[in-house]
Ligand binder design. Structure first.
Ligand SMILES: Cc1cc2nc3c(=O)[nH]c(=O)nc-3n(C[C@H](O)[C@H](O)[C@H](O)COP(=O)(O)O)c2cc1C
Length: 194
């Protein structure tokens, strides 16, 4: 194997291929959205996840103010709109959702809406916030509701229809989708069924 050195500013891309979520936030009557891929599950009991959000984002401000956010998981059909939502800040426009052509719809549990036309949804309430380096805050949140489109997900992503495959982020302007399910037999009987 012929190794190459990866610039440390891009080291995180070696972990790339994370799900891209549209993070919707709400403060008073204003809703904002941004794509995020620095998101990871951290607990099953209770279901919890962590998301790293830049302190420069309006999303950061709204999460701090409201203590909640929703994640909507888009498929490839929303690629252009997802990317556009990551190229401008809600600080610089009146209504970013309208600007990029995304529509908010009521979720199940929280006042913060989810984004229409996505494949899966998580509604989250913030438990803790930790400084992460100079620029980001790691918000640790409990998942209070989760639901998905039947043709996209049963207990895992189905990966049958192209348009029902969740979008992943490789880094920069590059995205991907998962190609297929691969079963590792025998199924683990000890340890956690992650
Ligand atoms: C695919 C993609 C993934 C991104 N992931 C993150 C992320 O995990 N955390 C973050 O702070 N910004 C992330 N960004 C950048 C924000 O989406 C971007 O700064 C956005 O304009 C912030 O919008 P806001 O100021 O309206 O909240 C990502 C951008 C793209 C395109």
């Amino acid at each position: 194997m012929d190794k190459r050195i990866v610039e440390l500013q891009f080291a995180h891309r070696l972990l790339g291929g994370n799900a891209v979520a549209l993070v919707a936030t709400r403060y008073r009557d204003r809703v904002n959205v941004m794509p995020a891929s620095w998101i990871t599950p951290i607990s099953m009991k209770p279901p919890m996840l962590a998301i790293a959000v830049s302190k420069n984002c309006l999303t950061h401000d709204y999460i701090e103010r409201s203590g909640e956010f929703t994640l909507s998981l888009p498929g490839i059909g929303l690629l252009e709109k997802v990317h556009a939502a990551g190229m401008i800040s809600g600080y610089d426009c009146d209504d970013k959702l309208e600007e990029v052509g995304l529509r908010p719809v009521a979720g199940e549990a929280l006042d913060t809406p989810v984004i229409e036309g996505c494949l899966g949804y998580l509604e989250c309430t913030v438990e803790e916030a930790y400084e992460a380096g100079e620029e980001h805050t790691l918000f640790v949140a409990t998942v209070v509701a989760a639901y998905a489109e039947r043709e996209a997900f049963d207990d895992t992503w189905l990966l049958t229809e192209e348009e029902a495959k969740p979008l992943r982020h490789l880094g920069g302007h590059l995205y991907s989708v998962l190609s297929q399910r691969i079963s590792a037999e025998p199924k683990a009987t000890d340890g956690q069924d992650l």
